[in-house]
Design a protein around this ligand. Structure first.
Ligand code: DGJ
Length: 736
């Protein structure tokens, strides 16, 4: 039976066993994995198993094989020592929860996903927690989250409210996590799990992935490998502050927990209210980190990302080309240049708006979304018409959640900003920028109306870049009552998601990029509403290899905006040849972010050929399976990865040199993911060398390429050989 044809089974089976006299196993399955919890009525939910797919017949002896019986969703109070997923204070001051299972429900949701809901209620208080599991046909991901409902008269204070918890047996377990900062996002760090608590938190309020990420991998068989080893991947799908914990205590288990960061966010749950936590997406693979990534990429494209089945356009973004200095004639020139190089979309970035306070500086105009006709005499329609004349689409930048104090909006509605009473606002970018209070329904309406007006007045806008360049400061809401000031972060993100939902309901087709001072919003919580995200404000090709490598652990290439920019690079000052800059950008969603009039004719011609080459393999990069081959973090002087179509009839191989030394030795890269029995013809893409590579046009079996590989020359036989440091190659493999 083919991989995709296997049935998804959600079974509940009852077993008598020596350890558990009466176990009621809920068996949640994907094509190759099983998660099993014991949901015995009147008992708590016990976590039994997560791993390779089990046959139902194996469940009968599972308990005797040794299982944890640890709670699948630990709560605080009766057990005080264990790290809880949920802790509350009841209206009478009681700080305990003691949950028992009352029933199990199974249903299919509107998207065709299968849901298992395990209903639990407190033994004394009318307080319920439903733990849910969601699976999709043909996907290897299991999503799980919790929903807490208060049915008692008074308000229950939620102190901790994680989405999920999972015990992982101790052994030689390593954690891969992602850290960074602005312009250095998504660096990879891997280490064995230490004793004690590892906590990864975000506290920015608005942007949740500059510093750390809400995704981790756990490699259960020692040092993480790309191709082998039992590996769990977990991604919290949330737009706001999060907390991931791995508590390694004396129990023989690591306890993983993930959810909304509860710091300064205690939540008053009123009678009749339900608190829904964001989902954690889990996968398990015995093909190492590579298997986990491919599972996430497929699920991401098919179930989590806006338009994950549509190829992305090749664009030119104006930011690094002109920054805020938008001029109509220059926008026309940039459109003409990108169209002549084969691009398909032009995106006008920041700088186009503001009348009373023109956006000539980043201190002005956020909140005043009216065109600056001094810069653009023919307005947005003039630009759309110009793009149409060039045969390309038009896109525009906005930053709707923010306001500058130098704006009409702020002058009229200072109460719309996030700020504590009796405190002066703390301004960030430009000395005047701060965050609008998205928890306020009036602010939500304001933003929805702004986007609605823009897209209704200009229905030919094809693409929006939605930016967000400030953290939340001066914790407080003028809108919220005193008892709900601690709801600020949570309500901000509920408001934000509701804004996204309203916009998407009316404009389902527009492409939207999520950007937040670069890569500040690379999280699956955003992606149902967004087609892609900006990986980093740092477009330096060498540093991008490291950042995109980290990002690729959970996110597919189709979502990773990756642009060719100028040399010297504007962030690092590094001189990098166009070939190398292009070869890095081609491994993601290719775009340009440069002033093309500063490029030579030869460079433009080179880019025209590269764009044509990318179009030929765009589907392979954007929809293919990723195989990371040599990690930049392994100090082998090179990095390499490839994409292979699910049918294994085509692949694209990327190779970048990271260091250059005399008489240097680098390993020959063995490919992966190919069909060993098919023959593949090799063609170099984006070629700059005078002579073709020795293997150009030749055919090799998948077997040979995967066990031997091709010897890649360390330099280029081309005029820019002076940039020998930055040799790179892109090879297309076509099955015969
Ligand atoms: C931050 C983004 O990351 C950049 O790409 C650019 O859009 C600027 N904001 C514009 O202000």
């Amino acid at each position: 039976m083919s991989y995709f044809k296997k049935l998804i089974l959600i079974a509940v089976a009852t077993f008598a066993s020596a350890n558990a006299v009466y176990a009621e196993y809920v068996h949640i399955t994907t094509p190759t994995t099983s998660m099993v919890v014991d949901a015995n009525i009147n008992d708590y939910i016990k976590f039994v198993y997560y791993g390779n797919r089990l046959d139902d017949s194996e469940l009968g002896n599972l308990a005797e094989a040794g299982v944890s019986w640890l709670p699948a969703y630990p709560v605080y109070g009766v057990e005080c020592q264990r790290e809880p997923a949920m802790s509350v204070t009841h209206p009478d001051g009681n700080m305990t929860l003691d949950m028992k299972i009352t029933g199990i429900e199974r249903y299919t949701d509107k998207d065709g996903a299968s849901i298992v809901a395990i209903n639990t209620t407190d033994r004394h208080y009318p307080f319920d927690i439903v733990v849910k599991y969601r699976t999709y046909p043909n996907s290897e991901i299991i999503e799980t989250w919790a929903e807490a409902t208060n049915r008692q008269k008074g308000t229950v204070l939620l102190r901790q409210f994680a989405s999920a918890s999972m015990p992982v047996k101790k052994g030689d377990v390593w954690m891969s996590q992602f850290f960074g900062s602005w312009a250095n996002e998504t660096r990879l760090e891997e280490a064995p799990l230490p004793h004690g608590m590892v906590t990864i938190k975000n506290k920015d309020g608005a942007r949740n992935t500059h510093t750390s990420h809400a995704e981790i991998m756990l490699s259960l068989d020692g040092q993480p490998r790309e191709d082998i080893g039992r590996t769990i991947g977990a991604a919290l799908c949330y737009t706001g502050n999060y907390e991931i914990k791995v508590d390694t205590d004396e129990s023989g288990y690591h306890h993983f927990l993930a959810g909304i960061n509860p710091d300064n966010s205690e939540y008053n749950l009123r009678k009749g209210e339900t608190f829904v936590t964001p989902p954690v997406a889990f996968t398990y693979s015995e093909e190492g980190k590579g298997g986990v990534s491919r599972n996430f990429h497929r699920w991401g494209r098919e179930h989590r990302l806006a338009h994950g089945d549509k190829p992305r356009k090749i664009l030119l973004n104006s930011w690094e080309g002109v920054y805020l200095d938008i001029k109509e004639h220059e926008m026309h020139q940039m459109m003409h240049d990108i169209a002549s190089m084969g691009g398909e979309l032009f995106v006008m970035d920041d700088g186009w708006f503001g009348t009373k306070y023109p956006r000539t500086t980043d201190s002005n105009a956020l909140g005043d979304w009216t065109v600056d006709t001094n810069k653009l005499p023919n307005g947005i329609q003039g630009l759309i018409d110009a793009a149409k004349n060039e045969g390309i689409s038009f896109g525009i930048w906005i930053e709707p959640e923010m306001v500058n104090s130098r704006s009409i909006l702020y002058e009229e509605h200072p109460e719309y900003i996030v700020c504590a009473e009796n405190r002066n606002p703390r301004f960030t970018r430009g000395g005047t920028q701060t965050v609008l209070d998205l928890g306020n329904p009036k602010v939500q309406d304001l933003i929805v109306n702004m986007v609605d007006t823009l897209l209704t007045n200009y229905p030919e806008i094809d693409y929006i870049k939605w930016d967000s360049n400030s953290a939340i400061t001066t914790h407080g809401s003028h809108y919220q009552t005193a008892d709900k000031q601690s709801h600020l972060f949570i309500d901000y993100h509920r408001g934000l998601v509701s804004v996204f939902e309203r916009i998407r309901a009316k404009f389902p087709d527009v492409t939207i990029q999520d950007c937040a001072s670069g890569g500040g919003r690379a999280n699956y919580g955003y992606l149902p509403y967004f087609d892609e995200f900006w990986v980093s404000d740092n477009t330096d090709a060498l540093q991008r290899i490291y950042m995109q490598w980290g990002t690729s652990h959970f996110f597919p290439a189709i979502a990773m905006a990756s642009h060719i920019s100028a040399s010297p690079n504007h962030q690092t000052g590094r001189l990098v040849p166009l070939k190398y800059r292009t070869d890095v950008a081609m491994s993601g969603r290719l775009g340009m972010e440069i002033q093309p009039k500063d490029m030579s004719d030869q460079e433009k011609e080179q880019s025209r050929r590269a764009i044509a080459d990318y179009k030929a393999v765009r589907d392979v990069v954007q929809f293919g399976d990723l195989y990371r081959l040599v990690s930049p973090y392994d100090h082998k002087d090179i990095a390499s990865l490839m994409y292979v179509t699910p049918e294994k009839d085509e692949a694209v191989f990327f190779w970048w040199k990271l260091e250059a030394f005399q008489n240097q030795y680098v390993p020959r890269v063995k490919m992966a993911g190919l069909d060993p029995n098919r023959r593949y013809r090799v063609t170099e893409l984006n070629r700059i060398d005078r002579r073709p590579l020795s293997f150009e046009g030749r055919e090799y079996t998948g077997q040979f390429l995967m066990s031997n590989g091709l010897e890649i020359p360390l330099g280029h036989d081309a005029d820019n050989h002076l940039h020998y440091d930055y040799a790179s190659r892109v090879l297309r493999l076509e099955a015969l």
